[in-house]
Design a protein around this ligand. Structure first.
Ligand code: GRF
Length: 196
């Protein structure tokens, strides 16, 4: 299956998906055919270069409106005949017209146990501060289908981590990121094997 990964930042989730296609559970099942970043400075673009994976930067500010920005992303996806679209640390809301084309084939990873601690603004390291402040005993990561509103699609895989009283948000972020790196490839494999 042909994967496209959308990124904005360090791309560690993209890296773990790439590694699993090369020598892990996705070997022979999937390959990343394109990386799309909305951020020209994303370290993920360096990772793509290291992995010899085609990468494009589609920046919102290069377009006069959301419609043409979304159109450009959709065109990139269709050019490479993407079967599955993986949002991995992608920090923008995906346009509804793209979701409509890829419904049932677009995944996102969220660094918390959805439906708790989801929604706009709960992105990246911020969510861990909220979890620690709330005194939660556990957190984790969730891979879900992207259907519309932030973080609301059907859950594919979720895995927990323990949160200790002494944990800082950085401690939680580290534990959760490690779990993300293992469940994202598992979720992609599950979607492919369930007859995508
Ligand atoms: C991480 O906090 C991850 O939880 C979230 O986006 C951030 C960066 O991920 N999905 P990545 O290293 O760019 O994959």
């Amino acid at each position: 299956k042909r994967l496209t990964v959308l990124v904005s930042g360090s791309g560690s989730n993209m890296q773990s998906i790439a590694d699993s296609t090369n020598r892990g559970i996705l070997k022979g099942l999937a390959e990343i055919v394109l990386i799309i970043s909305n951020n020209p400075d994303a370290y993920a673009l360096k990772r793509a270069e290291n992995e010899n994976i085609k990468a494009v930067c589609v920046e919102r500010k290069s377009f006069e409106d959301e419609k043409s920005f979304n159109g450009a992303i959709l065109e990139e996806l269709q050019n490479v005949k993407a079967d599955i679209v993986c949002l991995a640390g992608y920090m923008r809301m995906i346009g509804q017209e793209i979701i409509d084309v890829y419904r049932g084939r677009m995944l996102n990873i969220h660094p918390a146990l959805l439906p708790k601690f989801g929604g706009k603004g709960m992105y990246g390291c911020h969510v861990h501060e909220v979890v620690v402040k709330a005194g939660e005993k556990k957190s984790g990561a969730t891979v879900h289908f992207v259907e519309g509103e932030y973080d609301t699609g059907k859950i594919i895989i979720q895995r927990e981590v323990e949160v200790f009283k002494s944990d800082t948000s950085q401690d939680v972020a580290k534990k959760v990121l490690a779990v993300e790196h293992s469940i994202y490839p598992e979720a992609i494999k599950k979607v492919i094997e369930n007859g995508l």
